[in-house]
Design a protein around this ligand. Sequence first.
Ligand SMILES: O=C(O)c1ccccc1NCC(=O)[C@H](O)[C@H](O)COP(=O)(O)O
Length: 270
Amino acid sequence: MTILDKIIAEKRREVTRREAATPVEALRAQPGFGRPVLSARAALTAVGSSGIIAEFKRRSPSKGVINGAAEVGATTAGYAAAGAAVLSVLTDEPFFGGTPADLLAARAACPATPILRKDFIISEYQLLEARAWGADLVLLIAACLTPQEVRQLSAAAQALGLEVLLEVHDAAELTGHLCDTVDLVGVNNRNLATFATDIDTSTRLAALIPGRFVKVAESGLEHARTIRQLRQAGYQGFLMGETFMKTTDPAAALGRLVGELSARPAPLAR
Ligand SMILES: O=C(O)c1ccccc1NCC(=O)[C@H](O)[C@H](O)COP(=O)(O)O
């Protein structure tokens, strides 16, 4: 059984519990439900965008505790001020230490920046939660969904006004799961079965992603030079968590990266 199998088994139990505790009508009645959605697609493709999707991530199955001290409102507000184009907030508790309250707090702290609900979406109920808690886009992971589930969930997300980031790790997932109700395609450099991380995964798959989708490189990103290379390959979004969160001041770490990205690259030595 892989970690993804364990996460999904736990997620099925969690969704059943949550549905019993909070009916759909109560989600629809929450103040955030009707707010206008902010477009991540627009934020990532705007002229001068950093392209950075800065993630608030306390811990992960591959790394254990990354940052047990950071406060979500201050960190995400700091990310937005430092130049993040989009924010990503984990709402999975058992494996990543995130909570719905984290998303609500990030939304309150960052009214003008699109926010990704980062979780393992397996049910339309979770899309309603995402809308109620103030998310603007959701992640659908090809490795845990059938192509038909991606079609259904992405269409339901769009009907709610949410944008959809489809995450793939290889060419088979991309060709099998991609559909027109997806807005952005993320290539996860991390193999979720082995945790091996290889940036070349993004480079290899770039040409296979049709041009109408915004391309997002995910995981294991650290340096401005890598982001420049991935931009050359056609990427406009860069999902980064650990590089920022492992520092004592994640927003300052993002600010340094954004500064490097906007500086002219040093000429190659002859
Ligand atoms: O990060 C993990 O260990 C992990 C394990 C199982 C499923 C998903 C996992 N990570 C989710 C992510 O995709 C990353 O949080 C995201 O891409 C940011 O990656 P990084 O910059 O390497 O923190």
